[in-house]
Design a protein around this ligand. Structure first.
Ligand SMILES: O=C(O)C1=C[C@@H](OP(=O)(O)O)[C@@H](O)[C@H](O)C1
Ligand SMILES: C=C(OP(=O)(O)O)C(=O)O
Length: 428
């Protein structure tokens, strides 16, 4: 991992990009919890090792689960306990991982015991209240140690008293995914009502993975999720897909540098909604070909086009498109991204700050929309606000622009520890 305080991006070598990326963060952290909730031993392959998944793994061990880790082969085996937490009193540190924060809180908030939930300073600022309220409605007791509605807190449940709950997903779909994953803990049929608007791609991933481990979710209405009584996850061997969010940075290089880009083992048939970002690049003029071992993207032949793009279902890539949008020949409008203010940083503000620092004209149109005008960026220091995606996305214009310097590049350890080392191999 690049550990220096700042990192100046080198110009790209004009050669085709072909890289491999680590396993999906979202699939890894779902699979870890589902395996712990299953009965018996699951073997997970293609596991991501990064800050987010390391915190998840450590948390499971701190809760008393037996976990065997083979990092060189990206394999993790877990002895699932059928929903039981081995320890009834434990401390857990979720770091900055939204998935660990939400998924483990829902699990422990439905279990009898006393669980001390800690996090990074960054995670203390992120939304938790909607999930904690739903868990309290289901009988959880929560004691806040600092600010109400935020990490750190103590949680446990001395008796789930209801089998129906409403969850507000406006700020994060992870609240709903968290309740769904742990819904197997209910002895009776469990019904979740959803309020608020949010892209549902990650919820679809949750439902699909629950099915892969043997649990069906019924959806009698678009805002209702039902899990039948006496459902249980089956332990299994499970292959995790490469991280399409991580792959997107390399595909974004294709129209900017003007070279083909392939990320190994990324396919259209995927659990990850971020594949939609590749379709956005296609709409902007790129062309893709699916090969047996991954998707290859070719740069536009008739100009890199602008347009209006709804990113509500794959909003982690809003930063990626924002960082490369100035290279398009027309304006680019990104919509459906109001909730990205509540992520690792206020991503809306991070986009505007860094584009302006590069000399690119951009405006916030309303609380959900941003517009970026064509322009030639100049060198500047990119403020990363301890957000891995700001660092990774804003490195891309540096491949064709002198003097783009990324502040605190090691923040990419959250999901992609060796991003800058891989980027280096593509530079002169
Ligand atoms: O469920 C998940 O794995 C994720 C859901 C999304 O968060 P929100 O639901 O908070 O938008 C996404 O931004 C995050 O990187 C991963
Ligand atoms: C928002 C993100 O992460 P999380 O919510 O899982 O911390 C992300 O990886 O872009």
């Amino acid at each position: 991992m690049i550990l220096q305080d700042t990192y100046e991006i080198k110009k790209a070598d004009i050669i085709p990009v072909e890289v491999s990326v680590p396993g999906s963060k979202s699939i890894t952290n779902r699979a870890l919890l589902i395996a712990a909730l299953a009965n018996g031993k699951s073997v997970l392959k293609g596991v991501l090792f990064s800050d987010d998944s390391r915190h998840f793994l450590q948390a499971l061990q701190d809760l008393g689960f037996v976990v065997e880790i083979d990092e060189p082969h990206a394999v993790v085996s877990i002895e699932g306990k059928g929903g039981r937490v081995p320890k009834t009193k434990a401390s857990v540190d979720v770091g900055s991982a939204g998935t660990a924060a939400r998924f483990l809180t829902a699990y422990l908030g439905l279990c009898e015991g006393e669980y001390h939930m800690n996090s990074s300073e960054q995670m203390k600022k992120r939304p938790m209240e909607e999930l904690l309220q739903a868990l309290q409605d289901l009988g959880a007791e929560v004691t806040y140690k600092e600010a109400s509605g935020h990490f750190p807190f103590v949680i446990g449940n001395s008796g789930v008293n209801r089998h129906e709950v409403t969850i507000d997903v406006e700020k994060s779909s992870q609240f709903l995914s968290a309740l769904l994953i742990s819904s197997v803990l209910f002895q009776k049929e469990f019904r979740i009502h959803v309020k608020g608007h949010h892209g549902m791609a990650y919820v679809e991933m949750t439902v699909a993975m629950m099915k892969q481990f043997g649990v069906e979710v019924q959806r009698p209405a678009s805002d209702t999720f039902v899990i039948a009584e006496h459902t249980a996850y089956q332990a299994r061997e499970y292959q995790i897909e490469p991280d399409v969010s991580a792959a997107s940075y390399f595909y974004a290089m294709c129209p900017v540098v003007g070279v083909p880009a392939k990320v190994c083992h990324v396919h259209w048939e995927s659990l990850q909604g971020d594949t939609s970002f590749l379709h956005v690049l296609e709409q902007m003029g790129c062309r893709t070909e699916e090969e047996p071992d991954g998707i290859r993207m070719y740069p536009p032949t008739e100009g890199f086009l602008g347009g209006v793009f709804d990113f509500s279902a794959f909003s982690d890539q809003a930063l990626t498109l924002a960082a490369i949008a100035c290279f398009a020949s027309e304006t680019v409008e990104i919509t459906g991204i109001g909730h990205i203010r509540y992520q690792e940083c206020d991503r809306f503000a991070a986009i505007l700050t860094n584009l302006k620092a590069m000399g690119i004209a951009c405006e916030q149109l309303d609380e959900n929309r941003i517009v970026i005008h064509p322009g030639k960026p100049h060198g500047c220091k990119i403020k990363t606000f301890e957000d891995h995606r700001v660092a990774m996305a804003f490195a891309i214009p540096g491949l064709v622009t002198d003097g783009i310097v990324i502040e605190n590049p090691s923040c990419c350890r959250k999901t992609f520890e060796n991003y800058f080392e891989i980027l280096d191999t593509l530079c002169k």
